[in-house]
Every structure is written in structure tokens, then in C-alpha cells.
Design a protein around this ligand. Structure first.
Ligand SMILES: [Zn+2]
Ligand SMILES: [Zn+2]
Length: 340
């Protein structure tokens, strides 16, 4: 594998130099392309991001003699060269001065460590440029949350350093190790996903939030009473993502942090006011009795739990302390999926 990596780096280097030559000779324009990146996308079929970064390396390489030499020998991998090319782009003069120093670290530092080193170098080499870059990163901040064809939501985006640090710190605080159950089978990525949802859920539950159009926005679930009573086939729609399984509707309905708009035959049947099915005082009484999730062995604190109806209210179960139990989100889901 080590031999193959050397060979791959040498091929990448040859490819980069040839791409630089293609651009120098103006071949993309001659074949009717507005940019070298567009030309490379059409020729290689590779994604735009990959092509853009290849063109970036090809443009930088002629100005990075030491990097080019080691890359061509196969002594430096393409991802490292890409990092160095980005450093050159931000400040060509300082890079020319410091190339030897940066190169001496490129081979023996871990990718994260090398990235860190380059960021420090950039800050020291060019204060103004560093400020410009921070402004550019701030302007380039963006976030997408889009519903995919199967109803899941894809989250994607870029944050400036301060915004990103805020999000990472908040996610970290939500997966506090003291709340961890040794039998928790979730992966770190699943924990982060749950942490993000938990942060948003608490924001929606916060009664101090401003109202919009007289309402505090919360989840809207449109569901037939029949469906809620576990007769499949009726409407069961979560706005804006679309249909969800009836088991999930019953679980969401258990502890109504939602406004339930019940429908019969597609027509609104009753419009419940935005009140909690389990009222504040009842919830506090439940927390005082159960303290934590009541699933055997789980100690997730009350703040992280739902109030589960043992006998569901949709089937006539009362919303009383003796028919309620605290369950963490994970065990609440498990309970509904096992029962039904
Ligand atoms: Zn429940
Ligand atoms: Zn639990």
C-alpha cells in the first residue's frame, strides 16, 4: 500500500502539471469552455468540487517549486498538496518565503495538525489577509435543511469559525458524558443528530419564545383519530416532511408538545388549542415521582424524558399520574415500536 501511495502521488503530480499546461495553452477556451474547471468536469465526469480543487492545485504548483519537486517524486500526497496550494492562494509572497519551513512539516504531521499549522501560518504571515478571510468565511456562511424524497431531512452547510465553534460547543454540551448509559448503542454521529434535535426541541418548548402571528410555532401533526387509535390507512402527516408511521404519531401524541389537529375523513375533526396534554404541574409531579427514565437500568434525567401514557389517551386512557411514566426519547421510541 505504501508503494501504491507513492505511485498515486506521482500520477496525481503528473496530472496536475498537465492540467496546468492545458490551462496555459488556453485549450478549454478553444473547445468552447468558459473555464478550466468546466472543461475538466466535462472531460472527467468528476464532481464540480473535485475539479475545482484540482484546478486550484494545477494553478498553484508552478509557484511552489519545493512542493512540486517532492510531489513529483511521490513524497507528498495530493490532499497535502491541496492544503499547501490553498495556503499559496491566500498569500503567494509569504508562501514563497516560508515554503521550505512549511514543507518540512508537511510530511510528518497528521492532517489535522498540518491544517492547524497552516491556519497559524496564515494568521502570522498576513494579518490583513487573515481578517479578510474571516470576513469572507462570515459572508459565505450558509445552511440548508431540505426534505428528501423519503421524508428525511438533509442538513448541510458552512459556518464561520465563531458560529461553528458555538454549534460544536452546544452539541457537545448536549451529549454530556454523565448522561450516558453504558448500554447506549448509538454511534457518535447518531448522538450528535439527537443532540441537535434536542436543542431545537427545547427551543420550541421554551415558553419565553416570541410568538409569530399570535402563535408559538411548534410541530404540526395532522392525523385521523382512527390512525391515532392504531387503525392504519388514515392521514398521518407531519408538516413539512410528510407522512410518518402511525406508531410515531402515537408516540408524538403521548406527550403533546405538539398541537394536534385531528381529522376525520380528511376534514378537520377537532382543533385542539395549543395546550399540553400533560400539563406543567402534572409533569412536575411525574418528574418528582420517577426522577428519571423508567426503562430498566436507564438513568436519563427527567428533563430529557417524555411523559408516556401507559394506556394511550387516544384509546381512552386517562392523563393521570397513575397512567403516566417518564421515558427518555430512545426508550419512548422503543416502547411504542415494540408494543404496536
Ligand atoms: Zn408514549
Ligand atoms: Zn431511557
Amino acid at each position: 500500500m505504501a508503494d501504491l501511495r507513492v505511485a498515486m502521488a506521482r500520477l496525481e503530480a503528473a496530472h496536475s502539471l498537465m492540467l496546468g499546461e492545458v490551462e496555459r495553452r488556453g485549450l478549454p477556451a478553444l473547445s468552447g469552455f468558459g473555464s478550466t474547471t468546466g472543461w475538466l468536469i466535462a472531460r472527467s465526469g468528476d464532481p464540480a468540487g473535485v475539479c475545482r480543487s484540482r484546478v486550484g492545485v494545477a494553478r498553484a504548483l508552478p509557484h511552489m517549486p519545493r512542493t512540486r519537486e517532492v510531489f513529483s517524486r511521490g513524497g507528498l500526497s495530493e490532499p497535502r498538496v491541496r492544503m499547501l496550494a490553498r495556503a499559496w492562494e491566500t498569500n503567494p509572497e509569504a508562501f514563497e518565503r516560508d515554503e521550505a519551513t512549511l514543507m518540512s512539516h508537511a510530511g510528518n504531521l497528521h492532517a489535522d495538525g498540518f491544517g492547524h499549522l497552516l491556519r497559524h501560518w496564515r494568521r502570522l504571515a498576513d494579518h490583513e489577509g487573515h481578517l479578510r478571510e474571516a470576513r469572507r468565511a462570515y459572508q459565505a456562511r450558509r445552511l440548508w435543511a431540505s426534505v428528501t424524497w423519503d421524508g428525511s431531512v438533509r442538513i448541510d452547510g458552512d459556518l464561520d469559525p465563531e458560529g461553528g465553534a458555538t454549534v460544536i460547543t452546544a452539541l457537545g454540551s448536549m451529549v454530556d458524558p454523565t448522561y450516558r448509559d453504558p448500554n447506549d448503542p448509538r454511534s457518535p454521529a447518531q448522538r450528535r443528530a439527537d443532540a441537535l434535535v434536542e436543542i431545537c426541541r427545547r427551543h420550541l418548548d421554551d415558553t419565553l419564545r416570541p410568538t409569530i402571528g399570535g402563535e408559538r410555532p411548534h410541530l404540526t401533526l395532522t392525523v385521523d383519530l382512527d390512525t391515532l387509535q392504531n387503525h392504519p390507512g388514515g392521514a398521518c402527516d407531519l408538516d413539512p416532511v410528510g407522512p410518518i408511521p402511525p406508531q410515531d404519531a402515537r408516540r408524538v401524541g403521548c406527550d403533546a408538545t405538539i398541537t394536534t389537529l385531528a381529522t376525520r375523513g380528511g376534514q378537520p375533526f377537532s382543533v385542539a388549542r395549543a395546550t399540553r396534554i400533560v400539563s406543567g404541574p402534572l409533569r412536575r409531579a411525574l418528574a418528582a415521582r420517577d426522577h428519571h427514565c423508567t426503562h430498566p437500568g436507564c438513568t436519563t434525567p427527567a428533563a430529557w424524558c417524555d411523559a408516556h401514557h401507559i394506556h394511550h389517551w387516544a384509546d381512552g386512557g386517562p392523563t393521570r399520574l397513575d397512567n403516566l411514566q417518564l421515558l427518555c426519547r430512545r426508550h419512548h421510541r422503543l416502547t411504542h415500536h415494540q408494543q404496536e
